[in-house]
Design a protein around this ligand. Structure first.
Ligand code: KG4
Ligand code: ZN
Length: 334
């Protein structure tokens, strides 16, 4: 069975085709990052317009070696995300589904990130713990079964990617700050500044990154002239503090749940320091740690097509709209 997946929830226009036997057989992603960088963040109106401009080319690239008549169903991100951006993906998906006369399946973007590592590692089967870390979310989810998710903990304020991006701005780094912070942190001392590790020792599995970001803000204000080395030290110390918190919470999660498989997903899962820090738990705690290939950490069509294949029964009426700006994982039915 072949499922075409469409992702337009934020600033990536992405399409892929997943074949249940061969895996991903075509994919293309266009990132709008350069356009939004000028404004220091994603501008929703510009995002929708650009999805509209690019989606046909992305579709052509993703399907250049796929016979359109062989596609069995269309899945698309219906939420959560920017409403205008989601509507572009939905309209395109509906048009395709109607013209090819095949089922239309709206799927949840967060669930796409949750299942993405099992697209590559066939042996990962629920139950497992997913640390979902992106620009909009930071959560620890117990994936009990496909479609059965319990959020064990989540950020009570900023998402971790958001904190990386805001600290990036404070350090005059281009948007999005995450990858740039990681890069300059390589030359910095992670213990140069003792930034707070909010909620690291709290009893629950919730997270918080706003206080850490504010501590960086005060430090930047305190230092009059920030040279290259100071910037690298601040970036490394901030990154270390954020990773320490996540590491501690995952250790706590493993102890509380006894789960043996841990996956890390979402844009921030691309951070190599975070990856190696959680990977060390394999030796320390006897668990297995998996993370998606770097190209599947950020938003992509592959995870949407894969999820669509898992959710074939969620077919809907293509003449109605199903997009939702807010769509918590907890509202997903089996
Ligand atoms: O999943 P994603 O592409 O979009 C959503 O938010 O859904 O995640 C984007 C976030 C941004 O905040 C970006 O700065 C962050 O992921 N990010 C990173 C790295 N690469 C991307 N953060 C830290 N280190 C990285 N290497
Ligand atoms: Zn995402």
């Amino acid at each position: 069975m072949k499922t075409l997946g469409i992702e337009t929830s934020c600033d990536e226009t992405a399409i892929a085709v997943y074949d249940s036997v061969e895996g991903i057989i075509g994919e293309s992603v266009f990132s709008q990052i350069k356009m939004h960088a000028e404004y220091g963040g994603v501008v929703p109106e510009l995002a929708s317009r650009d999805h509209c401009k690019k989606i046909i080319q992305v579709f052509k690239d993703a399907t250049k070696s796929v016979d359109l008549k062989s596609i069995d169903q269309i899945a698309y991100t219906a939420g959560p995300g920017l409403l205008g951006a989601l509507l572009i993906g939905e309209s395109f998906a509906k048009g395709l589904a109607l013209s090819l006369n095949i089922p239309l399946i709206p799927v949840n973007h967060l669930e796409g990130h949750l299942v993405s590592p099992s697209m590559e590692f066939k042996d990962i089967k629920p139950p497992y713990i997913c640390l979902l870390v992106s620009g909009g979310h930071s959560m620890i989810v117990d994936v009990k079964a496909m479609g059965e998710y319990e959020i064990l903990g989540q950020s009570v304020d900023d998402a971790i990617g958001e904190a990386f991006d805001k600290v990036g701005k404070l350090l005059d780094l281009p948007y999005p700050g995450g990858p740039h912070i990681e890069k300059i942190a390589q030359n910095g001392n992670p213990f140069a500044y003792d930034f707070p590790r909010p909620m690291m020792h709290s009893n629950n599995l919730d997270l918080s990154f706003s206080g850490l970001k504010t501590a960086v803000l005060y430090k930047v204000k305190e230092i009059n002239l920030i040279d290259k080395q100071t910037k690298a030290d601040i970036a490394a110390s901030f990154q270390q503090a954020a990773i320490d918190v996540l590491n501690k919470k995952i250790i706590k999660t493993i102890s509380q749940t006894g789960r043996e498989n841990i996956i890390i997903a979402g844009g921030v899962a691309a951070n190599k320091k975070l990856r190696s820090s959680i990977k060390e738990l394999e030796l320390k705690m006897g668990v297995n740690v998996y993370y998606p290939d770097l190209k599947y950490c950020g938003d992509n069509g592959a995870m949407i097509s894969f999820l669509g294949a898992l959710r074939s029964r969620a077919e809907v009426n293509p003449l109605r709209s199903h997009v939702r700006a807010r769509w918590p994982l907890t509202e997903l039915s089996k």
